[in-house]
Design a protein around this ligand. Structure first.
Ligand SMILES: Nc1ncnc2c1ncn2[C@@H]1O[C@H](COP(=O)(O)OP(=O)(O)OP(=O)(O)O)[C@@H](O)[C@H]1O
Length: 230
């Protein structure tokens, strides 16, 4: 499902946090959205999801407004909001409300390594486990597109690896991944292509190998060198 943004602008008061942004995402794979703090990564993801309406321009999926295609997408945030019930009930709730086969619950938990915690209260999960449950829930609906907003921020390395593996598996099964990260190492590990956002615009959109080998813009070079970019 191709995504197209043209002249995408989002203003808060006088300030354009997305500033006439153009972007075209086609084909399968994992797009990593990177850029300095405040560049507009999270807001772009929310516009893609149809949670925020742009002030000007448009954002469409296969020609449809973003707000019209949410049932083909799942979104996972940095801090998942889980139901105060068992781990299994968190999955079952999604399957039930979406009219999906509830017998798939155990397999979905098994896929993210949480089968042994099925009957535990979700609130007792560690941060990494909670995020794996959030991913299982997001994948339960068989989305065409998985939007991820810093899903591994503040997790330990083993949890980061586990989550990257789950996301890679989904990608390999054909789920279109759009992944916001602050972690350049993670972007290198996961990216098929990289969108470098800077001051509310797409400064670069390139295949990952090209972006990391020879970023075209000074802002991206500074960012990759670890310089403070504002
Ligand atoms: N509701 C809001 N009202 C006003 N300004 C906002 C609002 N939400 C976000 N902003 C501003 O929009 C800009 C872009 O925010 P966004 O969260 O998209 O940045 P980001 O690239 O994801 O940054 P970070 O890497 O720090 O998460 C920031 O300057 C932020 O302060």
């Amino acid at each position: 499902m191709p995504f197209v943004a043209e002249g995408l602008t989002l203003r808060f008061g006088d300030h354009a946090v997305l500033d006439g942004l153009d972007l075209r995402l086609e084909g399968p794979g994992c797009t990593m959205l990177v850029g300095p703090n405040g560049a507009g990564k999270s807001l772009l993801l929310k516009v893609m999801r149809g949670l925020i309406q742009p002030s000007a321009g448009h954002a469409t999926w296969a020609g449809n407004p973003a707000s019209g295609v949410t049932r083909f997408q799942s979104l996972v945030f940095q801090a998942p909001t889980l139901l105060r019930r068992s781990v299994a009930a968190n999955i079952d709730f999604v399957l039930k409300t979406r009219g999906l086969d509830r017998a798939r619950g155990p397999d979905l938990l098994d896929h993210v390594g949480l089968a042994h915690k099925a009957e535990q209260p979700a609130r007792l999960l560690s941060g990494g486990e909670a995020q794996r449950l959030a991913l299982a829930r997001a994948l339960a609906t068989d989305p065409e597109v998985l939007l991820l907003d810093e899903p591994t921020a503040s997790l330990d390395p083993a949890s980061v690896l586990a989550i990257e593996q789950i996301v890679s598996d989904a990608r390999d099964r054909g789920v279109r991944i759009i992944f916001v990260t602050h972690d350049v190492g993670q972007a290198r590990r996961m990216a098929d292509d990289v969108v470098f956002l800077f001051r509310g615009r797409v400064e670069e959109h390139r295949p990952a190998a090209d972006f990391f080998r020879a970023p075209a813009s000074q802002a991206a070079r500074d960012y990759l060198d670890g310089n403070i970019v504002i």
